[in-house]
Design a protein around this ligand. Structure first.
Ligand code: NDP
Ligand code: MG
Length: 395
């Protein structure tokens, strides 16, 4: 019997990679629901290739265009539109696995629905967890959802930890430290005085990974590693001090766990998101991902270095947000989303991103992150303030 899959954000980089893995394992998985924001052309192509039961597209006009095209092709696929339909996507009968691959805070509610339905949730959308931390993890436990990390580092950590219960909650027995690796992005060695001049296209040209534009900019500022630090604390229930960031420019080791007895276990592989996607889809089994195994005889030197906190101020801001706790990570994430969007739109410089976040964190009051309402309010307030900082900088 094949398992029904819903992909939240199917038209993105993670979404397309997930469909590629599914296409190699059609005996085990069937595509039930696909969602997108506005890219109806890509969704149409996916409808032709995978014949889902339902597609949901947030933008109303795109939904109309898609419906018309599907009719011409005589494809009887249900089309829904609007934000609420995306939030409820996981409730579609027959959905057993939900891939959370919407980018940013927009993914929070749709992902939480999947958790509340007690489904198997494959989490790529790290921003959702960073925003809602404990609340998210409590919901996972309360609804007995199975939460599995798609983010390559967290997937590597998950694979290197001693084991996990049936719900994917990993054991920490004998663990000394978690070593979170990161490539350092495209500007690791750029002279510091040139950083302010880099363009969005340069920032999005990651040396090892092909990803969506938002996470590509996050990788260039290393805020991605900052968000991942917070993600790891919540996912694995470890304090900040037990996680160390290790810069590894080749992206072959995807993260490591060091143990009390001196052992270090690493997960390695070519930098291809189909590996962690296939791992989580099939867990605790293994399936074909279409990824070439490593060729150790052709591999260049693997190097490791400590992160440069002066070059990447976002790293410290993220650690600080986690230390403060409450809604501080939510504010960090919201301000980062606003700043990255402004940078991509040419409104601020690359080096303005961290100051926008810092100013927002200084301004927005930290609250207890007890309920969803508070988190949504703080997200909104932080966005408004960050936007006002962007406007001042852009003048
Ligand atoms: P992309 O930008 O490539 O794709 C984003 C997806 O989300 C698209 O399907 C997009 O639809 C949809 N979307 C965007 N905004 C909204 C919205 N407001 N409402 C509903 N849907 C929306 O992102 P990635 O695939 O790169 O990343 C997705 C998530 O996975 C991010 O959280 C990222 O941090 C994480 N991740 C990504 C990795 C990667 O290799 N790409 C690696 C590890 C984590 P549309 O196409 O119509 O705009
Ligand atoms: Mg990652």
């Amino acid at each position: 019997m094949s398992q029904g899959v819903c992909i939240l954000g199917s038209t993105g980089s993670i979404g397309c990679n997930t469909l590629d893995v599914i296409s190699r394992n059609l005996d085990q998985y069937s595509v039930r629901v696909l969602t997108a924001h506005s890219n109806w052309q890509k969704l149409l192509e996916q409808c032709k290739n995978y014949q889902p039961e339902k597609v949901i597209i947030a933008d109303q006009q795109s939904a109309e265009l898609l419906t018309a095209e599907l009719r011409k092709l005589n494809l009887s696929i249900q089309v829904e539109s609007g934000r609420d339909a995306i939030i409820n996507a996981a409730r579609t009968p027959g959905v057993e696995i939900v891939v959370a691959a919407i980018v940013g805070a927009a993914g929070l509610l749709p992902t939480l629905t999947a958790v509340e339905c007690g489904l198997k949730v494959l989490l790529a959308n790290k921003e959702a967890l960073v925003m809602s931390g404990e609340l998210f993890m409590n919901a996972v436990k309360a609804h007995r959802a199975i939460l599995l990390p798609v983010d390559s580092e967290h997937n590597a950590i998950f694979q290197s930890l001693p084991g996990a219960d049936d719900n994917g909650l990993a054991s920490l027995e004998g663990v000394h430290k978690i070593l979170l690796t990161g490539s350092g992005g495209p500007f690791r060695q750029l002279p510091l005085n040139e950083l302010s001049q880099v363009t969005p296209d340069q920032a999005c040209a990651h040396p090892n990974w092909d990803m969506g534009r938002k996470i590509s900019v996050d990788s260039a500022t290393m805020m991605n590693k900052g968000l991942e630090l917070i993600e790891a604390c919540f996912l694995f229930g470890v304090p900040l001090e037990q996680i160390e960031i290790v810069v590894h420019p080749q992206s072959i080791v995807h993260s490591m766990v060091s143990y009390a007895d001196g052992s270090v276990i690493a997960q390695m592989g070519n930098p291809d998101m189909r590996t962690p996607i296939a791992h989580t889809l099939a867990w605790p089994s293994r399936i074909e991902a279409g990824v070439e195994p490593l060729n150790f005889f052709e591999m260049s030197n693997l190097t490791f270095e400590s992160p440069d906190f002066e070059r990447f101020p976002g790293l410290k801001l993220a650690a600080q947000a986690m230390q403060v706790g409450g809604t501080a990570p939510c504010t960090l994430n919201a301000a980062n989303e606003v700043a990255v969007e402004a940078f991509l739109a040419g409104k601020i410089r690359f080096t303005d991103i961290a100051p926008v976040i810092r100013k927002t964190m200084e301004h927005v009051e930290v609250r207890e992150a007890q309920n969803l309402q508070t988190i949504i309010e703080v997200d909104q307030l932080s966005r408004e303030f960050a936007l006002s900082v962007v406007e001042q900088r852009g003048q």
